[in-house]
Design a protein around this ligand. Structure first.
Ligand code: URA
Length: 432
């Protein structure tokens, strides 16, 4: 068998068998397949699709390409949550300490922001000295001792995905449902979580533009998780407007801290508590009300905030910083409503604006400015008077492009806006 034959078969719309998929993934991981061949394969999948069985086999072989994270010795059920990426989504910073404070062990491998989306690892690095490059042994020990850890994956975790994703990123082949499903689920299955909650975003700030596409992706990932024997839950959630009110690393961490201190309630707290309660329900078998009450109590009692301080300290950061606020850039520009009406906004334009201010990266390895960002003063659908502030841009100069993008993110409609529900669909969680 040659790499060429597998590409040719997919190009002709054939269904690939176990042997062909295993061979192709091995060739990606060992360098036998060239970048141009990986690109051709990905484009053939994007255009011709894959059956659910092919996608499961692709995922399984990708997992085999690397070293699975060792399962900690401590007994218990391990949980993980994954978002497909969006703007102002700091749910991990809230969910992990909430769950860990309730005794649910949270082993969370996260990523960095790319293009217009934010990344949890970047946000965590707002804490002075905090490390996100824990070795598998450090990660395992921290989950055991503290109950929660958030770190980047190592070079050895699913190397086939690392290579394939880098090629997809520059060949317009990211937005293929089977390729996204295999990429996300290979990384989830390489970890030891027993319960996996997937937050699949749809809308202008997400990879999936419509709720129907997001639901297809979510159902495919749930079926892959289930076939691998993991309890997999999925929520399809709105990403047409930013989830929280703050965009930018320090600003988003400040908002998560306010929520954990019980000082703020908004769509970000609503979704974080929803996810946490769903995981508690799945693990303990308790009812919805009981799960929500436990989550709210962990915040009201300060237990979740104290747990975050512990996690930050365990990862080399300064745990006392959870009681303060991180600095924002001093340059300010206020975006005002051009007329009276109802606010509309684009998560994509706001994410791009933050990146253009220096808060995001165009390519892997770029450094980012944690202090820049955008603070929303009105939400999607809010009534507004002419001249009222819609948002505040925090910048460090040289900000024309970022400000122009942020201005372009808003418009005011003379008609009432029908707000979309935060959670469009929720399913999964059955045992195999
Ligand atoms: N996130 C991933 O990890 N992989 C994808 O393909 C898309 C989003």
């Amino acid at each position: 068998m040659r790499v060429y034959d597998v590409i040719d078969a997919k190009k002709r719309g054939e269904t690939l068998g176990e042997e062909e998929i295993a061979f192709f993934v091995r060739e990606i991981a060992n360098g036998g397949a060239q970048d141009c061949q990986i690109a051709a394969f990905c484009m053939a999948v994007l255009l011709n699709g894959m059956t659910d069985e092919e996608c499961f086999l692709l995922t399984r072989e990708m997992v085999k390409s690397g070293d699975a994270a060792p399962r900690p010795r401590a007994e218990g059920v391990y949980a993980d949550k994954h978002s497909t990426g969006g703007v102002s989504d700091s749910t991990t910073l809230i969910l992990v300490p909430v769950l860990a404070s309730l005794g649910v062990k949270c082993a969370k491998y996260s990523g960095r922001g790319l293009a217009h989306t934010g990344g949890t690892l970047d946000k965590l690095e707002s804490f002075t000295g905090l490390r996100v490059d824990l070795s598998p042994e450090e990660f395992e020990r921290q989950v055991e001792e503290v109950g929660g850890a958030v770190s980047g994956q190592t070079e050895k975790t699913v190397p086939a995905d690392k290579r394939m994703y880098a090629v997809r990123d520059v060949t317009a082949t990211v937005d293929s449902i089977p390729l996204i499903a295999a990429s996300v689920m290979s990384k989830k299955l390489a970890s030891f979580a027993d319960v996996i909650l997937l937050d699949v975003k749809y809308g202008d700030g997400a990879f999936m533009k419509t709720a129907r596409e997001a639901e297809r992706l979510a159902r495919l990932m749930v079926s892959i998780g289930k076939s691998a024997g993991r309890r997999t839950l999925a929520a399809v959630t709105d990403m047409n407007a930013p989830l929280g009110d703050n965009i930018g690393c320090n600003a988003e961490v400040n908002e998560a801290l306010q929520i954990l201190r019980g000082e703020k309630q908004n769509r970000l707290s609503e979704l974080s508590f929803f996810h946490a309660a769903k995981i508690v329900q799945a693990i303990s078998g308790c009812g919805k009300e009981e799960a929500f009450a436990a989550v709210r109590e962990s915040v009201a009692s300060g237990a979740a905030l104290r747990k975050l301080a512990e996690i930050v300290s365990a990862q080399g950061g300064d745990g006392k910083e959870v009681y303060g606020a991180f600095p924002l850039a001093e340059g300010r520009h206020i975006i005002r409503a051009a007329e009276e009406g109802y606010v509309q906004m684009s998560a994509l334009a706001l994410g791009r604006a933050c990146a253009a201010l220096g808060g995001g990266r165009a390519r892997e390895g770029d450094t980012i400015d944690h202090t820049v960002g955008i603070l929303l003063k009105k939400r999607e659908g809010s009534p507004v008077q002419k001249g009222e502030p819609l948002a505040e841009v925090c910048h460090n100069g040289n900000a024309e492009e970022g400000i122009a993008l942020a201005e372009s993110a808003f418009c005011v409609s003379d008609k009432k806006i029908k707000c979309r529900p935060l959670v469009y669909a929720f399913f999964g969680g059955e045992r195999r």
